[in-house]
Design a protein around this ligand. Structure first.
Ligand code: RFL
Ligand code: PHB
Length: 390
């Protein structure tokens, strides 16, 4: 097979880039290790920044997002029983976020790729990039006993944190920055009415909790748990009791509980690999960087990479202009690091870090007091939460 851009990974980054390029007459092939059902079964992000929504619009796949996504102009922070609102729209001059699940984003992108006969190859095994330092790179993969080859101009690694593309870059060519947090998030999806119209980020002596949602009848809740905990340790009853214990009284009193329809634990990690390019292999999204989910920046950081890569590939193919590809890594990383900073800050603000002791707790409390009392502090939080410009 021959194409212009070979994309590894059929998650949101790979699919969005593929469809955007298609609309500009640039050919792609997407190689995805898993089945479509498996990809659509993963419950992940839920909050989309304006920039992400803009890219979906540009790709012509925002109809359902516009109809079913919920616009949120504010969210709440609870700490030690008190609760206050962050009026994102008021603090930023009108910016908002949209609550629309990553599953739905991915479903819409698959539908768009299918509608134009886009090549998304599922259950592609042993995907391997070759000759990425030459002008004629290629990919190989296997389906059953058959070995396939895709020749291309560029290879884009959109294959997530555990993917193959970052691993093919020699170790000495990558700088890796990492922080592993001593806890994870236990997430539950339930067919219950959300406890609140907006998201609630709650700090408590028992640890962090988050009330989020997917729709008016589908709730998504999280609690901070020790790293060694396993999903089997958490019955639904135990989960609901723990969540209630971490929320302010009036909120926990009105919390509607029900059977979980998904339950999983995700470890929290900050990670950046630099640079995001090795020859004609470019990394985008979780393949190059991940954040703890506290600021809802994972998927949104992936989107900013897609934006820069899309612009760069467009300039290359339509104007013979290499400058975007040359500066891709630097430009993408500048924004990635700001999302890293914000996610790290919000994680530090709201989670229980036993090892930081009484001083650490007072610092968190003081930071919360400052946020409540200072518009400047709220503006800083709000402008990061709605998303910095690309
Ligand atoms: P994805 O979504 O991980 O997609 C990568 C795709 O590549 C495939 N793949 C391969 N394909 C071929 N060959 C290989 N060798 C391959 N290895 C992997 C995978 O099957 C997959 O389909 O990366 P992408 O597109 O960059 O998108 C990034 C987002 O998915 C990610 O940033 C967020 O979901 C992170 N994240 C969350 N972000 C939020 O903003 N809010 C959240 O609540 C939130 N929850 C989460 C998350 C990430 C999680 N992970 C990665 C464990 C919860 C979890 C559990
Ligand atoms: C989610 O709804 O899954 C979600 C929302 C906000 C976050 C993280 C996760 O910060």
């Amino acid at each position: 097979m021959k194409t212009q851009v070979g994309i590894i990974g059929g998650g949101p980054s790979g699919l969005l880039l593929s469809h955007l390029l298609h609309l500009q007459g640039i050919e792609t092939v997407v190689l995805e290790q898993r089945s479509r059902d498996y990809v659509l079964g993963r419950i992940r992000a839920g909050v989309l920044e304006k920039g992400f929504v803009g890219l979906m619009e540009k790709a012509g796949v925002a109809d359902r997002l516009k109809a079913d996504g919920e616009v949120h102009a504010s969210f709440s922070i609870a700490s030690d029983g008190q609760m206050f609102d962050i009026d994102m729209a008021g603090l930023t001059g009108g910016d908002t976020v949209v609550v629309y699940g990553q599953t739905e984003v991915t479903r819409d992108l698959y539908a768009a790729r299918d509608s134009v006969g886009g090549q998304v190859i599922h259950e592609a095994q042993d995907v391997t990039p070759h000759d990425v330092l030459t002008a004629t790179p290629y990919l190989t993969y296997r389906t059953g006993d058959e070995l396939h080859r895709v020749d291309c101009d560029y290879i884009i690694g959109c294959d997530g944190f555990h993917g193959v593309s970052r691993q093919t870059i020699p170790r000495e060519k990558l700088n890796v920055f990492e922080r592993i947090y001593p806890f994870g998030w236990l997430g539950v999806l339930s067919r219950t009415r959300p406890v609140s119209e907006g998201l609630i980020y709650a700090r408590s002596a028992r640890g962090f909790a988050l009330c989020s949602l997917r729709s008016r009848v589908l709730s998504r809740y999280y609690v901070q748990v020790p790293l060694q905990d396993r999903v089997e340790d958490w019955s639904d009853d135990r989960f609901w009791a723990e969540l209630k214990a971490r929320l302010p009284g009036p909120v926990s009193e009105r919390l509607e509980t029900g059977p979980s329809i998904e339950k999983s634990i995700a470890p929290l990690r900050s990670f950046v690999a630099e640079p995001m390019r090795y020859g004609n292999l470019f990394l985008a999204g979780d393949a190059a960087h991940i954040v703890p989910p506290t600021g809802a920046k994972g998927l949104n950081s992936a989107a900013s990479d897609v934006h820069y890569l899309y612009e760069a590939l467009l300039a290359h193919y339509h104007e013979n202009d290499e400058s975007g590809l040359e500066s891709y890594s630097e430009k993408a990383l500048a924004r990635v690091w700001k999302a890293q900073r914000f996610s790290w800050w919000m994680t530090n603000l709201l989670h229980d870090f036993p090892e930081s002791g009484a001083f650490g707790q007072r610092m968190q409390q003081t930071e919360i007091d400052y946020l409540i009392s200072s518009r400047a502090a709220q503006v800083s939080l709000a402008e990061n939460y709605v998303g910095l410009p690309f």
